[in-house]
Design a protein around this ligand. Structure first.
Ligand code: ADP
Length: 557
């Protein structure tokens, strides 16, 4: 909106008006009413067309404002940005009718000043007095002066307000996080319309009416930002960010919808991690937290806090990668300990294939070749080949680089699969393996390979513990169960030497080992896998000798 530069007399007139108010803390403004004059006169004559209040106020143009007016109504925009704007954007909606009425009276009964008293929820002041009169100066015939003053009954003076606002501004401007102050008053119409429709599913409504979101992003405005926000956005200064909120959501358009829904539904706050395009073209990962106005019907100040977490997410991803590499290295080293078992396991079906093939050839070379017998042997060959392939596949699954995948799992199945890896170890060492699997256990959530790794690790440790006693035989007992808290448990007991009291606290620490060839990473990895699955792991020495290791995992819902 453009306006003529008001006459030089204006500042003097405004000062006089301030003095008239006898309170130097009044917020005083001057408006050009030229564009609204015809409408004012027709309202004064008793003709009030539909929507006249908004039409009138939108044509009242701010031409001057003293420091208190800037502070109270336009602090975010500053005086420069207030000038030339209609009063509409600076005035709480609930005060529109009384202001419009006051303006009509002041224009039509010039030059007497007119005063109205108003309680305004959206201002910090409880009781507010408005005083309006037209300028006396002949060069300022279209200029109206308006003062807003705290009623003496209101114990909170402008000064108290000023101190509290200054404290707030100070805080916001010096916080290390980016803060945006957003004025969503213009969104009221969209919300009113949605309320009138009595929507049950706001999300579905906005999905079919995306223009409402686009419109809200254009009319809801960023009105103030702190220094950290300027830096985060790579802006030259705050003014580059003042304006519609839509650039905030350009990389995460769905977020705008969710922010809007939470506001509409009366939530106090909303947070999520979003992608953000900065003004200098960087794409950041940002944690966004929105704090809505205390009363949802008040749409004025919404605070948005942004924290750049790009670096943190990158470091976390690197750490995850490192952890996954470490876990895989431990798996490969674990399989190394089972090398002879694995060779034996693969060898078994291969030897069988060889035997069946040789026998088939013999049958075929006879004059009365028994084709039925050959067919039988060929079926066995193919079964054995399939078994060999399965073994290779299982080992490959353990050694392959894989991104951990959380799926619903049956712990009993995992125990079963893990046993394949160690069965040969226990058989050749005459270790009696007892397995008691709990019935109808609830499922757990987790990564199949990692949980197999934990169980194989505990099994190898148990075999090695028994072996270390030099005894020609031993026993391992495995069990799965449901504990009293509803978690699924796995327990393994052996009759090895047990765990020395002094070692108990270091058992799950990396590189703790009592074995000559040990690396001391097996239990540390088991611990980190179980913790990452939301479970707990522990160990104890059994009263009658031997060790007991257990872990429990939450049942999936
Ligand atoms: P490593 O097997 O390479 O030593 P682990 O982290 O698997 O690494 O085990 C760490 C230590 O915990 C072992 O060196 C041993 O002292 C102890 N330990 C693990 N399992 C048992 C067990 N079943 N009985 C006795 N001690 C055990």
């Amino acid at each position: 909106m453009t306006v003529d530069i008001p006459a030089a007399a204006l500042p003097i007139e405004l000062q006089r008006f301030e003095a008239e108010m006898r309170r130097h803390d009044s917020a005083c403004w001057a408006f050009d009413i030229a564009r609204a004059r015809t409408l004012i006169e027709s309202v004064a004559a008793g003709q009030s067309p539909e929507g006249w209040i908004e039409a009138l106020l939108s044509n009242m143009v701010v031409v001057e404002a003293n420091a208190n007016a800037v502070h109270l109504f336009g602090s975010y925009a500053g005086r420069r940005r207030m000038l030339g704007q209609s009063i509409l954007g600076f005035w709480p909606r609930e005060g529109w009718p009384i202001l419009a009425d006051l303006i009509v009276t002041a224009v039509t009964s010039h030059p007497r000043p007119h005063t109205r008293k108003l309680r305004m929820k959206s201002l910090v002041l409880r009781q507010t007095l408005f005083t309006a009169r037209m300028c006396d100066h002949p060069d300022l015939a279209d200029i109206m002066l308006l003062a807003v003053t705290a009623d003496p009954v209101d114990e909170r003076s402008f000064w108290a307000l000023r101190v509290s606002e200054a404290r707030y501004n100070n805080l916001i401007h010096h916080l290390p996080f980016a803060f945006l102050e957003v004025d969503s008053r213009a969104q009221a119409d969209i919300f009113d319309d949605m309320r009138r429709k009595g929507l049950r599913n706001v999300e579905a409504y906005l999905d079919t009416n995306p223009t409402d979101i686009l419109r809200a992003c254009e009319i809801v405005r960023i009105t103030d930002v702190n220094e950290s926000a300027v830096q985060l956005f790579g802006a030259r200064d705050a003014s580059e960010l003042i304006g519609p909120v839509d650039p905030l959501f350009s990389a995460s358009p769905e977020t705008a919808k969710r922010v809007m829904i939470h506001h509409f539904e009366g939530h106090r706050s909303y947070s999520e991690v979003i992608k953000l395009w900065t003004l200098d073209g960087r794409l950041l990962d940002v944690s966004l937290s929105v704090t809505y106005p205390t009363r949802p019907e008040q749409l004025d100040i919404t605070l948005i806090m942004l924290e750049d977490i790009t670096e943190r997410l990158r470091t976390e991803a690197q750490l995850r990668q490192l952890q996954s590499d470490y876990t895989r290295a431990a798996r490969i080293s674990m399989l190394g300990e089972l090398a002879s078992s694995i060779a034996h396991e693969v060898n078994q079906p291969l030897s069988a294939i060889l035997t069946y093939a040789e026998t088939s050839l013999r049958w075929l070379s006879r004059d009365d070749a028994n084709l039925e017998k050959v067919a039988q042997l060929t079926t066995r060959i193919s079964d054995s080949a399939r078994r060999a392939a399965e073994i290779v596949q299982r080992i490959r699954g353990m050694t392959a680089r894989h991104v951990p995948r959380t799926v619903s799992l049956d712990l009993n199945e995992i125990v079963d699969e893990a046993l394949h890896f160690v069965r040969h170890e226990t058989e050749t060492r005459s270790i009696a393996l007892t397995v008691r699997l709990g019935r109808e256990l609830p499922k757990i959530c987790g990564d199949r390979v990692q949980l197999q790794q934990v169980i194989v690790n505990l099994l190898i440790n148990a075999v090695q513990a028994i072996q270390s006693t030099g005894s020609p035989c031993g026993a391992i007992r495995l069990a799965t169960d449901l504990d009293e808290r509803g978690a699924v448990t796995f327990t393994i007991r052996d009759d090895g030497p047990g765990i020395a009291e002094a070692d108990m606290s270091r058992l799950f620490q990396s590189f703790f080992t009592t074995k000559d060839e040990g690396m001391g990473i097996g239990l540390a990895i088991c611990h980190s896998i179980i913790v990452a699955h939301g479970g707990t792991i522990g160990a104890s020495s059994e009263p009658d000798g031997g060790a007991r290791f257990w872990f429990s995992l939450p049942a999936s819902r």
